[in-house]
Design a protein around this ligand. Structure first.
Ligand code: GLV
Ligand code: GLV
Length: 339
Protein backbone atom coordinates (compact mmCIF):
# COMPACT_ATOMS: atom_id res chain seq x y z
CA UNK A 1 0.00 0.00 0.00
CA UNK A 2 0.98 3.53 -0.74
CA UNK A 3 -0.54 4.94 2.45
CA UNK A 4 0.01 3.79 6.01
CA UNK A 5 -3.06 3.89 8.29
CA UNK A 6 -2.83 2.98 11.97
CA UNK A 7 -5.66 1.86 14.23
CA UNK A 8 -4.84 2.17 17.93
CA UNK A 9 -7.18 -0.71 18.83
CA UNK A 10 -8.52 -3.78 17.05
CA UNK A 11 -12.02 -2.95 15.75
CA UNK A 12 -14.89 -5.33 14.90
CA UNK A 13 -15.59 -6.67 11.44
CA UNK A 14 -13.39 -6.73 8.35
CA UNK A 15 -15.21 -4.20 6.18
CA UNK A 16 -13.22 -1.24 7.47
CA UNK A 17 -9.93 -3.03 6.81
CA UNK A 18 -10.97 -4.10 3.32
CA UNK A 19 -12.08 -0.57 2.43
CA UNK A 20 -8.65 0.75 3.32
CA UNK A 21 -6.72 -2.06 1.62
CA UNK A 22 -8.76 -1.69 -1.60
CA UNK A 23 -7.75 1.96 -1.68
CA UNK A 24 -4.02 1.45 -1.52
CA UNK A 25 -3.58 1.59 2.26
CA UNK A 26 -1.48 -0.62 4.49
CA UNK A 27 -3.32 -1.08 7.77
CA UNK A 28 -1.55 -1.51 11.06
CA UNK A 29 -3.51 -2.43 14.16
CA UNK A 30 -2.09 -2.03 17.64
CA UNK A 31 -2.74 -5.20 19.61
CA UNK A 32 -1.44 -4.06 23.02
CA UNK A 33 -3.80 -5.32 25.71
CA UNK A 34 -3.99 -2.00 27.53
CA UNK A 35 -7.25 -0.16 28.17
CA UNK A 36 -5.57 3.21 27.80
CA UNK A 37 -2.63 3.78 25.46
CA UNK A 38 -0.28 6.54 26.62
CA UNK A 39 0.83 9.42 24.43
CA UNK A 40 4.25 7.70 24.16
CA UNK A 41 2.64 4.42 23.05
CA UNK A 42 0.81 6.28 20.29
CA UNK A 43 3.85 8.26 19.16
CA UNK A 44 5.65 4.92 18.74
CA UNK A 45 2.73 3.61 16.68
CA UNK A 46 2.71 6.68 14.45
CA UNK A 47 6.41 6.22 13.72
CA UNK A 48 8.15 8.07 10.86
CA UNK A 49 5.46 7.71 8.23
CA UNK A 50 1.77 7.63 8.89
CA UNK A 51 -0.96 9.04 6.69
CA UNK A 52 -3.87 8.66 9.05
CA UNK A 53 -4.88 7.28 12.44
CA UNK A 54 -8.10 5.78 13.76
CA UNK A 55 -8.14 6.36 17.52
CA UNK A 56 -10.33 5.76 20.54
CA UNK A 57 -12.06 7.95 23.09
CA UNK A 58 -9.71 6.70 25.82
CA UNK A 59 -6.78 8.52 24.17
CA UNK A 60 -5.71 12.10 24.66
CA UNK A 61 -5.46 13.59 21.17
CA UNK A 62 -3.90 16.96 21.85
CA UNK A 63 -1.04 19.11 20.62
CA UNK A 64 1.66 16.45 21.21
CA UNK A 65 0.01 13.72 19.15
CA UNK A 66 -1.10 15.96 16.30
CA UNK A 67 2.45 17.38 16.09
CA UNK A 68 3.80 13.81 15.90
CA UNK A 69 1.24 12.82 13.28
CA UNK A 70 2.03 15.90 11.24
CA UNK A 71 5.80 15.15 11.38
CA UNK A 72 4.99 11.67 10.02
CA UNK A 73 3.15 13.24 7.08
CA UNK A 74 -0.31 12.51 8.49
CA UNK A 75 -3.40 14.26 7.18
CA UNK A 76 -6.29 12.63 8.99
CA UNK A 77 -7.43 11.45 12.37
CA UNK A 78 -10.78 9.86 13.14
CA UNK A 79 -12.12 9.06 16.56
CA UNK A 80 -14.07 5.80 16.53
CA UNK A 81 -16.77 7.54 18.58
CA UNK A 82 -19.36 10.22 18.14
CA UNK A 83 -18.06 12.10 21.19
CA UNK A 84 -14.76 13.87 20.71
CA UNK A 85 -14.06 15.54 24.04
CA UNK A 86 -10.73 13.66 23.95
CA UNK A 87 -9.71 15.51 20.78
CA UNK A 88 -8.31 19.03 20.60
CA UNK A 89 -9.80 19.98 17.24
CA UNK A 90 -8.01 23.36 17.23
CA UNK A 91 -4.64 21.67 17.64
CA UNK A 92 -5.47 19.33 14.75
CA UNK A 93 -6.51 22.27 12.59
CA UNK A 94 -3.24 24.01 13.39
CA UNK A 95 -1.31 21.06 11.91
CA UNK A 96 -3.65 20.78 8.95
CA UNK A 97 -5.02 17.45 10.15
CA UNK A 98 -8.68 16.72 9.47
CA UNK A 99 -10.66 15.23 12.35
CA UNK A 100 -13.58 12.83 11.97
CA UNK A 101 -16.10 11.26 14.32
CA UNK A 102 -18.80 8.61 13.85
CA UNK A 103 -22.27 10.09 14.34
CA UNK A 104 -25.52 8.48 13.21
CA UNK A 105 -24.67 4.78 13.31
CA UNK A 106 -24.72 4.60 17.10
CA UNK A 107 -27.81 6.68 17.84
CA UNK A 108 -30.37 3.89 18.25
CA UNK A 109 -27.95 1.44 19.89
CA UNK A 110 -26.93 3.96 22.52
CA UNK A 111 -30.52 5.01 23.15
CA UNK A 112 -31.46 1.33 23.57
CA UNK A 113 -28.84 0.90 26.29
CA UNK A 114 -30.11 4.01 28.08
CA UNK A 115 -33.64 2.59 27.90
CA UNK A 116 -32.38 -0.81 29.12
CA UNK A 117 -30.61 0.79 32.09
CA UNK A 118 -33.74 2.81 32.88
CA UNK A 119 -35.88 -0.34 33.01
CA UNK A 120 -33.23 -2.44 34.73
CA UNK A 121 -32.82 0.21 37.44
CA UNK A 122 -36.59 0.61 37.85
CA UNK A 123 -37.08 -3.15 38.30
CA UNK A 124 -33.82 -3.83 40.17
CA UNK A 125 -32.90 -6.54 37.70
CA UNK A 126 -29.21 -6.71 38.52
CA UNK A 127 -29.79 -6.99 42.28
CA UNK A 128 -32.37 -9.70 41.65
CA UNK A 129 -29.99 -11.55 39.33
CA UNK A 130 -27.23 -11.46 41.96
CA UNK A 131 -29.65 -12.76 44.57
CA UNK A 132 -30.69 -15.63 42.32
CA UNK A 133 -27.12 -16.62 41.45
CA UNK A 134 -26.09 -16.45 45.08
CA UNK A 135 -28.61 -19.23 45.75
CA UNK A 136 -30.61 -17.00 48.05
CA UNK A 137 -33.99 -17.65 46.47
CA UNK A 138 -34.09 -21.04 48.17
CA UNK A 139 -30.80 -21.06 49.97
CA UNK A 140 -31.51 -19.71 53.38
CA UNK A 141 -34.04 -22.32 54.54
CA UNK A 142 -32.82 -25.72 55.62
CA UNK A 143 -33.23 -28.06 52.69
CA UNK A 144 -35.87 -30.15 54.42
CA UNK A 145 -38.26 -27.18 54.15
CA UNK A 146 -37.52 -26.66 50.52
CA UNK A 147 -40.76 -25.44 49.09
CA UNK A 148 -41.16 -22.64 46.56
CA UNK A 149 -44.52 -21.68 48.05
CA UNK A 150 -42.83 -20.47 51.21
CA UNK A 151 -40.16 -18.58 49.36
CA UNK A 152 -41.94 -16.06 47.23
CA UNK A 153 -41.90 -12.85 49.23
CA UNK A 154 -44.14 -10.08 47.94
CA UNK A 155 -41.89 -7.39 49.35
CA UNK A 156 -38.75 -8.57 47.64
CA UNK A 157 -37.15 -6.42 44.90
CA UNK A 158 -40.05 -4.07 44.71
CA UNK A 159 -39.21 -1.33 42.23
CA UNK A 160 -40.86 1.46 40.24
CA UNK A 161 -43.69 1.19 37.72
CA UNK A 162 -42.74 3.45 34.82
CA UNK A 163 -46.17 3.68 33.21
CA UNK A 164 -47.52 7.17 33.68
CA UNK A 165 -44.25 8.50 35.05
CA UNK A 166 -42.35 11.50 33.75
CA UNK A 167 -39.24 10.82 31.69
CA UNK A 168 -36.69 13.62 31.47
CA UNK A 169 -34.02 13.95 28.80
CA UNK A 170 -31.09 16.30 29.28
CA UNK A 171 -29.38 16.88 25.94
CA UNK A 172 -32.08 16.36 23.29
CA UNK A 173 -29.79 15.73 20.33
CA UNK A 174 -29.83 12.61 18.18
CA UNK A 175 -29.39 10.08 20.99
CA UNK A 176 -31.53 11.89 23.57
CA UNK A 177 -34.39 12.19 21.09
CA UNK A 178 -34.17 8.50 20.16
CA UNK A 179 -34.24 7.60 23.87
CA UNK A 180 -37.32 9.75 24.40
CA UNK A 181 -39.08 8.06 21.48
CA UNK A 182 -38.34 4.60 22.93
CA UNK A 183 -39.52 5.48 26.41
CA UNK A 184 -42.73 6.95 25.02
CA UNK A 185 -43.76 3.80 23.17
CA UNK A 186 -47.43 3.12 23.83
CA UNK A 187 -49.84 0.30 23.12
CA UNK A 188 -52.41 0.81 20.35
CA UNK A 189 -55.48 2.67 21.44
CA UNK A 190 -53.88 4.41 24.41
CA UNK A 191 -53.86 8.14 24.93
CA UNK A 192 -50.84 9.78 23.32
CA UNK A 193 -48.04 10.54 25.72
CA UNK A 194 -47.47 14.21 26.22
CA UNK A 195 -44.17 15.87 25.41
CA UNK A 196 -42.89 19.26 26.33
CA UNK A 197 -39.70 21.24 26.20
CA UNK A 198 -38.82 22.05 29.80
CA UNK A 199 -38.19 25.67 30.60
CA UNK A 200 -34.98 24.75 32.40
CA UNK A 201 -32.81 21.82 33.30
CA UNK A 202 -33.70 22.35 36.93
CA UNK A 203 -37.37 21.82 36.08
CA UNK A 204 -36.47 18.45 34.51
CA UNK A 205 -34.45 17.44 37.55
CA UNK A 206 -37.25 18.43 39.92
CA UNK A 207 -40.16 16.85 38.05
CA UNK A 208 -38.94 13.75 36.25
CA UNK A 209 -39.05 10.23 37.67
CA UNK A 210 -36.49 8.92 35.20
CA UNK A 211 -33.75 11.13 33.78
CA UNK A 212 -31.31 10.22 31.06
CA UNK A 213 -28.25 12.34 30.32
CA UNK A 214 -27.21 12.88 26.68
CA UNK A 215 -25.22 16.11 26.48
CA UNK A 216 -21.78 16.40 24.92
CA UNK A 217 -19.02 16.86 27.48
CA UNK A 218 -17.49 20.32 27.41
CA UNK A 219 -16.79 23.12 29.90
CA UNK A 220 -20.50 23.89 30.24
CA UNK A 221 -21.51 20.31 31.06
CA UNK A 222 -18.65 19.28 33.36
CA UNK A 223 -20.25 18.26 36.70
CA UNK A 224 -23.63 19.34 35.36
CA UNK A 225 -25.10 16.92 37.90
CA UNK A 226 -23.55 17.95 41.20
CA UNK A 227 -24.46 17.70 44.89
CA UNK A 228 -26.87 20.62 44.77
CA UNK A 229 -28.72 19.39 41.69
CA UNK A 230 -28.93 15.82 43.00
CA UNK A 231 -30.62 17.25 46.08
CA UNK A 232 -33.39 18.74 43.91
CA UNK A 233 -34.26 15.38 42.35
CA UNK A 234 -37.04 13.09 43.60
CA UNK A 235 -35.93 10.69 46.32
CA UNK A 236 -36.99 7.70 44.19
CA UNK A 237 -35.79 9.02 40.86
CA UNK A 238 -33.73 7.02 38.38
CA UNK A 239 -30.71 8.67 36.76
CA UNK A 240 -29.06 7.17 33.67
CA UNK A 241 -25.79 8.27 32.09
CA UNK A 242 -24.64 7.01 28.70
CA UNK A 243 -22.89 10.25 27.72
CA UNK A 244 -19.56 11.01 29.44
CA UNK A 245 -18.58 10.33 33.05
CA UNK A 246 -17.51 13.85 34.06
CA UNK A 247 -21.04 15.13 33.36
CA UNK A 248 -21.76 13.77 36.87
CA UNK A 249 -19.76 14.63 39.99
CA UNK A 250 -19.27 10.97 40.85
CA UNK A 251 -18.09 11.54 44.43
CA UNK A 252 -21.27 13.53 45.12
CA UNK A 253 -23.29 10.80 43.43
CA UNK A 254 -21.87 8.05 45.66
CA UNK A 255 -22.77 10.11 48.72
CA UNK A 256 -26.27 10.72 47.34
CA UNK A 257 -26.77 6.99 46.68
CA UNK A 258 -25.73 6.25 50.27
CA UNK A 259 -28.15 8.79 51.70
CA UNK A 260 -31.04 7.84 49.41
CA UNK A 261 -31.39 4.06 49.08
CA UNK A 262 -34.46 4.39 46.81
CA UNK A 263 -32.59 6.61 44.33
CA UNK A 264 -31.18 4.45 41.56
CA UNK A 265 -28.66 4.97 38.78
CA UNK A 266 -27.61 3.18 35.61
CA UNK A 267 -24.11 4.19 34.51
CA UNK A 268 -22.27 3.32 31.32
CA UNK A 269 -19.54 5.95 31.80
CA UNK A 270 -17.38 7.08 34.72
CA UNK A 271 -15.46 10.12 35.72
CA UNK A 272 -12.07 8.37 35.79
CA UNK A 273 -12.75 5.65 33.28
CA UNK A 274 -11.91 2.76 33.55
CA UNK A 275 -12.04 3.31 37.32
CA UNK A 276 -14.98 3.99 39.61
CA UNK A 277 -14.89 6.46 42.48
CA UNK A 278 -14.55 4.78 45.89
CA UNK A 279 -17.75 3.24 47.17
CA UNK A 280 -19.65 3.14 43.88
CA UNK A 281 -19.12 -0.56 43.28
CA UNK A 282 -20.64 -1.40 46.68
CA UNK A 283 -23.87 0.48 46.05
CA UNK A 284 -26.82 -1.86 45.46
CA UNK A 285 -28.78 1.04 43.97
CA UNK A 286 -26.29 1.49 41.14
CA UNK A 287 -26.05 -0.54 37.94
CA UNK A 288 -22.65 -0.14 36.31
CA UNK A 289 -21.55 -1.31 32.84
CA UNK A 290 -18.22 -0.72 31.04
CA UNK A 291 -18.98 1.82 28.29
CA UNK A 292 -21.03 -0.55 26.14
CA UNK A 293 -23.75 1.84 24.97
CA UNK A 294 -22.69 1.60 21.32
CA UNK A 295 -21.88 -2.11 21.55
CA UNK A 296 -24.20 -3.74 19.05
CA UNK A 297 -22.53 -5.61 16.19
CA UNK A 298 -24.16 -3.44 13.54
CA UNK A 299 -23.16 -0.23 15.27
CA UNK A 300 -19.61 -1.10 16.21
CA UNK A 301 -18.90 -2.33 12.68
CA UNK A 302 -20.57 0.80 11.36
CA UNK A 303 -18.42 3.02 13.56
CA UNK A 304 -15.24 1.27 12.42
CA UNK A 305 -16.31 1.63 8.78
CA UNK A 306 -17.16 5.29 9.21
CA UNK A 307 -13.86 5.98 10.96
CA UNK A 308 -12.00 4.27 8.09
CA UNK A 309 -13.99 6.27 5.53
CA UNK A 310 -13.18 9.49 7.38
CA UNK A 311 -9.45 8.82 7.21
CA UNK A 312 -9.65 7.54 3.65
CA UNK A 313 -11.75 10.54 2.64
CA UNK A 314 -9.06 12.97 3.68
CA UNK A 315 -6.22 10.95 2.18
CA UNK A 316 -8.09 10.55 -1.12
CA UNK A 317 -9.83 13.91 -1.12
CA UNK A 318 -13.42 12.72 -0.47
CA UNK A 319 -15.70 14.55 1.95
CA UNK A 320 -15.33 13.59 5.62
CA UNK A 321 -18.51 11.85 6.80
CA UNK A 322 -18.41 12.66 10.47
CA UNK A 323 -17.19 16.20 10.91
CA UNK A 324 -16.98 17.47 14.49
CA UNK A 325 -17.07 21.05 13.26
CA UNK A 326 -20.68 20.39 12.33
CA UNK A 327 -21.82 18.50 15.42
CA UNK A 328 -25.04 19.73 16.99
CA UNK A 329 -24.74 21.90 20.08
CA UNK A 330 -25.67 20.65 23.55
CA UNK A 331 -29.14 22.14 23.47
CA UNK A 332 -30.53 21.45 20.06
CA UNK A 333 -33.21 24.06 19.47
CA UNK A 334 -34.41 22.20 16.40
CA UNK A 335 -35.02 18.87 18.14
CA UNK A 336 -38.48 17.58 17.23
CA UNK A 337 -40.97 15.92 19.55
CA UNK A 338 -40.98 12.14 19.14
CA UNK A 339 -43.68 11.06 16.66
C1 GLV B 1 -19.01 6.57 22.65
O1 GLV B 1 -18.96 6.87 23.80
C2 GLV B 1 -19.01 7.50 21.58
O2 GLV B 1 -18.85 8.71 21.80
O3 GLV B 1 -19.16 7.06 20.43
C1 GLV C 1 -46.98 -13.22 40.18
O1 GLV C 1 -46.20 -14.06 39.73
C2 GLV C 1 -48.40 -13.33 40.05
O2 GLV C 1 -48.88 -14.35 39.52
O3 GLV C 1 -49.09 -12.38 40.46
Amino acid sequence: GKYRVVSTKPMPGTRWINLLIEQDCRVEICTQKKTILSVEDIIALIGDKCDGVIGQLTEDWGETLFAALSRAGGKAFSNMAVGYNNVDVNAANKYGIAVGNTPGVLTETTAELAASLSLAAARRIVEADEFMRAGLYDGWLPNLFKSPILLFFPDRFVGNLLKGQTVGVIGAGRIGSAYARMMFLKANGEQPVTWKRASSMDEVLREADVISLHPVLDKTTYHLINKERLATMKKEAILVNCSRGPVIDEVALVEHLKQNPMFRVGLDVFEDEPYMKPGLSEMKNAIVVPHIASASKWTREGMATLAALNVLGKIKGYPIWGNPNQVEPFLNENAQPPA
